[in-house]
Design a protein around this ligand. Structure first.
Ligand code: COA
Length: 208
């Protein structure tokens, strides 16, 4: 099984290790090619825009932390009929009743409980917890140690910071960021940055 990972940064290396544990042979596409031709022991074989040369014989995973860039590249790959996989660390706990979309990373020690949904291109990072009946919409990033409690939701391209907590049934807006170690027990507007305990709106995001 040959896997091309788009993005050979720190997040890409974490994804590559998970992919190897799933039995893939990993190579990278990265914008720094041809200046760099390898990252650690993994070969870099082209830039992102070269992906169409590899579509016939490889599967793909997009390992870009920036939600909007991950969305853009994933859309290009899907338009070209590239086959997108999800990566699930063998030491993550994922309920048989959870729904996991394409292009999703579930990191080491993460927990995804039953009847939750992880939509296209989400990141559930190291040791994050997705409780029951949670909806994580497309291209959202749940950072290391963050907790989405029962029946909470995010809009698309949200970012929940490290160790942040979203209370049960709370809705986090699309393109919205909840800062590291913050918690929210109230719904959060779209396109906003919130931080603190409880979280307060500090500014708008530039994302769209
Ligand atoms: C919330 C966040 C996005 C804001 O970043 P920013 O837009 O650059 O904002 P600033 O750093 O200018 O901070 C603005 C104010 O909010 C405060 N603030 C920022 N993050 C905060 C947090 N997590 N909790 C409480 N207050 C916070 C700052 O102290 C500052 O307060 P001040 O105006 O009184 O000095 C960022 O601090 C954050 O928490 N990012 C998440 C990091 C993370 O989890 N990474 C995981 C990678 S896998």
């Amino acid at each position: 099984m040959k896997l091309l990972i788009v993005g050979a940064g720190g997040h890409g290396k974490v994804c590559a290790e998970v992919a190897e544990k799933q039995g893939y042979t990993v190579r990278f596409l990265d914008e720094r090619f041809p200046a760099i031709k390898a990252v650690e022991h993994w070969e870099v074989v082209g830039r992102t825009s070269d992906f169409s040369n590899f579509v016939e014989s490889n599967q793909f995973f997009v390992a870009i932390g920036c939600n909007s860039t991950r969305n853009k590249i994933t859309s290009e790959l899907l338009t070209s009929n590239a086959q997108l996989v999800s990566l699930i660390h063998p030491k993550a706990q994922v309920s048989q009743y959870a729904q996991v979309g394409k292009g999703v990373l579930i990191g080491a020690s993460a927990v995804v409980n039953g009847f939750s949904q992880l939509h296209l291109g989400c990141i559930v990072n190291t040791a994050a917890v997705i409780e029951h009946d949670v909806i994580v919409r497309a291209f959202t990033h749940i950072s290391p140690g963050a907790i989405m409690l029962g029946a909470s939701e995010t809009g698309v391209q949200a970012w929940i910071g490290a160790n942040a907590v979203v209370f049960p049934t709370i809705k986090v807006g699309a393109y919205t960021i909840l800062g590291a170690s913050s918690f929210t027990n109230k719904d959060l507007e779209n396109k906003s940055i919130y931080a603190g305990c409880p979280a307060k709106r500090i500014k708008e995001t530039q994302e769209d």
